[in-house]
Design a protein around this ligand. Structure first.
Ligand code: OAD
Length: 267
């Protein structure tokens, strides 16, 4: 009988259904967004009070035009976020996903919209023998805030050192062509790495199930991945404390925080 007091835990409850869907699926696409890092202390973008886009304007900070207009301001904002992230650690949700993917990487892929590197850190902390298996490595859709690239030529590198954004003259310059170096993230109006995106779409078209965690599911093209899975006949499990445009289409929606739900769902 369904447990009306706790619909997540009853035998026919959502957690049980979701776990079964994910266990039985041969090919799984996991899509994560800023919400999976919220419990690590990383601000999301669209939450009403604390969301970054309720305090800052995307077009002034996260577009190529903004960087051309005021590179110092853009770098100051990114360095502020990088500074916050240096003290953040992966949480129970990142770790549960890393464990599950390392244990059963075959047919599974994790795509993240996050640039915070916390999935990678959870993966690296596992230090497991199968850690380099194809399905185990997180795939960033929007780049990596701790990488840098040239704003003019193709040069790119790891960019762990703090950036001095006190003046344009102190900003980092490309060792090849002397143009300004920028964060290696995807800004509004820019295309995603076509290889990563094509791989994600191909995997979505053939996935039996999609696990969507902590994303408002409004930014394209990432938001279309679960919809592609649904159109191809696969199931979608959504984990998010708030409803999203995807919720009414999801096969199972679990209204909860990622750090509490994912260990129960995946371990
Ligand atoms: P958003 O800030 O749009 O959405 C975060 C989602 O996480 C919301 O739906 C919250 O309800 C949910 N959430 C909050 N706390 C949570 C928790 N503890 N557990 C699970 N979910 C939680 O972030 P994204 O959807 O990732 O792009 O945003 C997508 C893109 O928009 C970002 O990659 C970024 C941004 O502009 C670029 O910068 C290009």
């Amino acid at each position: 009988m369904h447990d009306a007091r706790d619909p997540l835990r009853g035998p026919l409850g959502r957690l049980t259904r979701a776990r079964r869907l994910l266990d039985e699926a041969e090919r799984v696409l996991v899509l994560t967004g800023a919400g999976i890092s919220a419990e690590s202390g990383v601000p999301t973008f669209r939450d009403e009070m604390e969301g970054l886009w309720s305090r800052f304007r995307p077009e002034e900070l996260a577009t190529p035009q903004a960087f051309a207009r005021d590179p110092r301001l853009v770098w100051a904002w990114y360095e502020w976020r990088r500074e916050q992230l240096r003290t953040c650690r992966p949480n129970a949700a990142h770790r549960a996903l890393a464990r599950r993917l390392a244990a059963a990487p075959e047919g599974r892929r994790l795509y993240t919209q996050n640039v915070d590197g916390l999935h990678d850190r959870a993966h690296d902390e596992l230090a497991c023998p199968d850690g380099d298996a194809e399905g185990a490595r997180p795939r960033p859709l929007h780049g990596d805030i701790f990488r840098v690239r040239c704003s003019r030529c193709a040069w790119h590198d790891r960019g762990l050192d703090p950036v001095d954004a006190s003046a344009v003259d102190t900003l980092p310059r490309c060792p090849r062509c002397e143009a300004l170096v920028r964060p290696a993230v995807v800004w509004f109006g820019e295309a995603l790495d076509p290889e990563v995106l094509e791989g994600a779409v191909e995997h979505a078209q053939n996935a039996d199930a999609c696990l969507v965690v902590g994303t408002s599911a409004v930014v394209q093209p990432a938001a279309s991945l679960p919809r592609i899975v649904l159109q191809a006949g696969g199931a979608v499990v959504e984990v998010n404390p708030q409803p999203t445009p995807l919720s009414s289409m999801a096969t199972v929606r679990i209204a909860g925080a990622a750090g509490a739900v994912l260990p129960e769902l995946l371990d």
